[in-house]
Design a protein around this ligand. Structure first.
Ligand SMILES: C[S@@+](CC[C@H](N)C(=O)[O-])C[C@H]1O[C@@H](n2cnc3c(N)ncnc32)[C@H](O)[C@@H]1O
Length: 198
């Protein structure tokens, strides 16, 4: 939805606030990565890798997928600098093309809000997953304070659960795990984590 925005902001994306928020997110995601050392993880809408490059020790490999080449350039530089040879990047947009990649775990953090067609992207992320795969979504709770033409103003747990069920996920657990000031379009907001099993 905001591809051009991210292309333009890539080199300045890693602000202190975003780094702090990403730490909160990766700490929460780590709790969901139990016995995953032999598993493959796709981070869809990875941006500069703030979340998933903190998870590389917990999985066999990480593929950072994003529709912004510039965001991936920043991620790639970090991967090379840290000599992370089991992390790679892929430029793709699964709202426009069918995925050909497979993974045991798909993570998507603060991305769903930027994609108008929620069901389409969730269906395609379902298709990325191997049997018994795990989808981890981090995003903002529904927030009536936020109103912006290009983004969803968060998600209702019940509505999202229904969409996940409709695309075929067997089960979903969702919980709010963090409240912060000025974290969503300059408004105070809360974030949820959803874990769905294929
Ligand atoms: C707010 S950033 C989140 C980055 C990272 N996941 C994090 O939590 O720090 C959203 C990212 O989603 C990407 N994005 C937006 N729409 C996308 C799409 N349709 N397909 C792939 N990536 C997309 C943007 O380019 C951007 O890098």
């Amino acid at each position: 939805m905001e591809k051009n925005v991210f292309e333009q902001m890539a080199k300045k994306y890693d602000t202190r606030e975003r780094i702090e928020l990403a730490k909160v997110i990766s700490t929460e995601v780590k709790k969901k990565l139990q016995e995953t050392k032999s598993k493959t993880l796709v981070d869809y809408g990875s941006g500069t890798g703030l979340v998933s490059l903190a998870l590389t020790d917990l999985v066999d490999s990480v593929l950072l997928v994003d529709s912004s080449e510039q965001m991936l350039e920043v991620a790639k530089a970090k991967i090379e600098q840290s000599e992370l040879n089991h992390a790679q990047v892929l430029h793709a947009d699964f709202t426009k093309e069918q995925p050909t990649i497979k993974a045991d775990i798909v993570l998507t953090s603060l991305v769903l809000l930027h994609i108008p067609e929620t069901k389409t992207i969730l269906q395609n992320l379902y298709n990325v997953l191997n049997e018994n795969g795990q989808l981890i979504i981090v995003d903002f709770d529904k927030n009536e304070q936020v109103s912006h033409p290009l983004i969803h103003n968060g998600f209702s747990h019940e509505v999202l659960k229904q969409v996940l069920s409709d695309v075929g996920f067997k089960s979903t657990e969702i919980k709010t795990f963090y409240h912060g000031e000025n974290i969503f379009a300059k408004k105070d907001a809360s974030m949820f984590i959803a874990e769905s099993m294929k």
